[in-house]
Design a protein around this ligand. Structure first.
Ligand code: ATP
Ligand code: MG
Length: 446
């Protein structure tokens, strides 16, 4: 448990963060807030990453200026968010998020989003009956703001007033020990926002950090609570978990913790105790991670195909053996899958259509020579379907002849681009395919 304490302040000469590593837009924003007399901190993952000498994904700022004051200071500001009121500063190539320091809310007596506070006005901090926070918008001090963040390593701040690093918890020592430690009681923090369990897994996989053992045990105990998170939010989180180049280690941690069984029960049953299937999934995810590392992140549909394709193909084959035409069997398997997964994560319908397209396409791609190859190339799922063919050829050592045929064909038609094999060289950017209208997709209830 991390209690309130005097912050540890590390002066400029004792840490490695330089303004040169910070986005110039963030630096200008921090200076402007500071010049106007507000506290201006760089906060969150960017401070963690700069201290770890990694390139931050984004730069977040926290201040004691209220959203309205921020809006008046910056012409490029848009206020967003219902759960947290945030300012987004729009620059040409970047959005800088500026939030007002907040604090954790006072626990509410009764549950529900309709809860009202004093004077019958909507309460700014609302929890459901299981303790999950539904709304939270109470302003606080820099310390309170730090202590309502998820992990100690994510609660560090860089103060623009004197370029020091400010640590209100144990972020610096945890960073040195490479530990992910929730701020406060892990049971409470994972219960009030179960997404923090996924974030712990993601940071552990992407930053090669260890989830603090006591917190890990609680995370495993609470893993089933992840299903209480709204599907729209889980959709966002699943993309961050699997499409950023760490899908393989993420998958292992999800599996060990029980989160995989809670998120994807069907898949978890499919590979349970089956080392062959498990190895296949691991290999597929490792292949996707290599794609990311080579600069061609997979699409969500390709990721779904890599993770769920083998079980879907197996289900379709079983129905086919039972007398159902293969095309129909695959369609049905994908439709059932989409219906099930959407209870957890609201995967868009168009992604479901692409997933089915990738798997259905394999039949045409395996035929050598294919019929009307140029028309196949113009289909929207072609690039991902070829990538899936490549995945099979390279990881499952399937017959390489169809892939070789297509590689030769595509080489002669240089205007066509598709997912490249994972190499160390930076591949050309994926070309956007013209979207086609699908008329008869209604068979898949997604
Ligand atoms: P990255 O951007 O590299 O994925 P990050 O830690 O910056 O990692 P963001 O989603 O950008 O993650 O969030 C910024 C900061 O907001 C976090 O570092 C953390 O301090 C805080 N935060 C984000 N999500 C939560 C949450 N669910 N509970 C508490 N604090 C959170
Ligand atoms: Mg971030």
């Amino acid at each position: 448990m991390v209690n309130s304490m005097e912050p540890r302040i590390i002066p400029r000469k004792e840490h490695c963060i330089s303004r040169k590593q910070v986005s110039p837009n963030a630096v200008r924003t921090l200076y402007r807030l500071h010049r106007k007399g507000f506290i201006a901190y760089l906060v969150g993952g960017c401070v963690r990453d700069l201290l770890l000498e990694r390139t931050p994904k984004d730069f977040d700022i926290a201040t004691n200026a209220r959203p309205g004051q921020i809006k008046r200071l910056f012409r490029n500001c848009r206020l967003i968010g219902r759960r947290f009121r945030l300012a987004h500063l729009h620059f040409q190539d970047e959005i800088i998020e500026v939030s007002t320091f907040r604090r954790a809310g006072v626990p509410s007596d009764s549950a529900g989003a309709e809860e009202t506070g004093r004077n019958n006005r909507p309460s700014r901090h609302v929890k459901d009956e299981d303790g999950m926070v539904l709304r939270d918008n109470i302003f606080g001090t820099p310390e309170e703001d730090a202590l309502c963040r998820d992990f100690t390593i994510n609660a560090l701040a860089y103060n623009m007033a004197d370029f020091s690093v400010v640590d209100y918890s144990t972020g610096l020592s945890d960073l040195q020990q490479r530990l992910i430690r929730p701020i406060g009681d892990p049971y409470v923090r994972f219960t009030e926002d179960p997404v923090r369990m996924l974030r712990a897994v993601r940071f552990s996989a992407s930053h090669n950090l260890v989830i603090e053992p006591a917190a890990w045990e609680i995370l495993c105990d609470l893993s089933s609570a992840i299903s209480r998170v709204p599907p729209a939010r889980l959709y966002e989180e699943i993309q961050k978990l699997f499409l950023l180049g760490y899908a393989r280690p993420v998958f292992s941690l999800l599996e060990k913790s029980g989160l995989l069984a809670a998120l994807f029960p069907g898949l978890s049953q499919w590979n349970y105790g089956n080392s062959h299937r498990l190895t296949l999934l691991h290999t597929n995810l490792e292949w996707l991670d290599q794609l990311c590392r080579s600069g061609t992140p997979p699409s969500l549909a390709l990721f779904l195909a890599a993770l769920f394709g083998p079980s879907l193909e197996e289900a379709a084959l079983a129905s086919h053996r039972g007398g159902i035409p293969h095309k129909q069997a695959l369609e049905a398997a994908c439709a059932i899958f989409m219906k099930e997964i959407c209870k957890t994560a609201s995967i868009p319908k168009r992604v479901g259509i692409l997933l089915h397209g990738i798997l259905a396409f394999q039949h045409s791609l395996h035929r050598t020579p294919p019929q009307h190859p140029s028309s196949l190339v113009s289909r929207p799922e072609f690039a991902d379907a070829i990538a899936y063919l490549r995945l099979g050829a390279e990881t499952r050592r399937e017959n390489r002849t169809p892939l070789e045929w297509w590689d030769a064909f595509l080489l002669e038609a240089p205007s066509i681009t598709c997912s490249e094999p994972p190499t160390d060289e930076a591949p050309p950017k994926r070309r956007r395919k013209r979207r086609r209208r699908h008329r008869h997709v209604a068979k898949t209830p997604v």
